[in-house]
Design a protein around this ligand. Sequence first.
Ligand code: GLU
Length: 298
Amino acid sequence: MNYRGRFAPSPTGPLHFGSLVSALASWLDARAHRGAWLVRVEDIDGPRTVPGAAQDILATLERFGMRADEPPDWQSTRLARYQQALEQLKAAGLVYPCGCTRKEITDSLQHAHARNTTLAYPGTCRNGLHGKPARAWRLRVPDDEAAVVTFEDRWQGKQTQNLATEVGDFVLRRADDQWAYQLAVVVDDADAGITHIVRGADLMDSTARQIYLQRCLGLPTPRYLHVPVVTNEHGEKLSKQNGASALDCEKPLEALSAAARHLGLDVDGGASAKAYTTLDDFYIAATAAWSKKMRLAV
Ligand code: GLU
């Protein structure tokens, strides 16, 4: 197998401990498979992108000894490709324009909630815009059992989501004229030939949508592995938004050892704690520990 993995940071701030865990897991999985590891900068969310953050993240990865096998991909250079994918879906009659505002959707969902149904998009614009201007484009999800997506997560086990009842028709092109993450990630992973996706479990909930979209676009489905997310003392996912501090680039081995421990990897040699003196030593031990944990034959 020609393994190709990736790390796909959003440049909304410097790399923090939570994103280091995802980067390390994807890096170790690629090394354990003797595959390629790529980096993609997810810089299409204009309002959230912070100038200089992408360069900062790339420099930190380098400093931590994670070197991509190919030059990084930048989503901002691929907008025409996303448009092409949307056109393909339009031609197949799988998408429709939606004129609902967030408030209208919330109001109708509260009504749905009162009726004890689920909180999926209710499909208001499925059969027309009701005289409203088009704001976004949504992918139509099936009403039958084709809406049930099942996949085997390499860390979390079997996952099932019913897109019709749990998600509803989802947005591919947002009302603020930005491409939705779901469309961009699916097109990019396919174009880069990604075979294995390793990322944080906060993205688990998006995976069924991505698999369904791959099917609609005739693209292959990679293997998935979602690692446990790092939380702060309030139990919230560590993120740039809730003030996770940047990593100390002077002490990469300390942060990497802590990230490996978060992944449950025995890199300290059990009782006799071992301090690594070089990044190479650390990565050799961590790759072996990852292979053992994931039961990979290397
Ligand atoms: N850019 C996303 C994030 O930073 C990750 C996307 C992915 O790995 O699929 O949360």
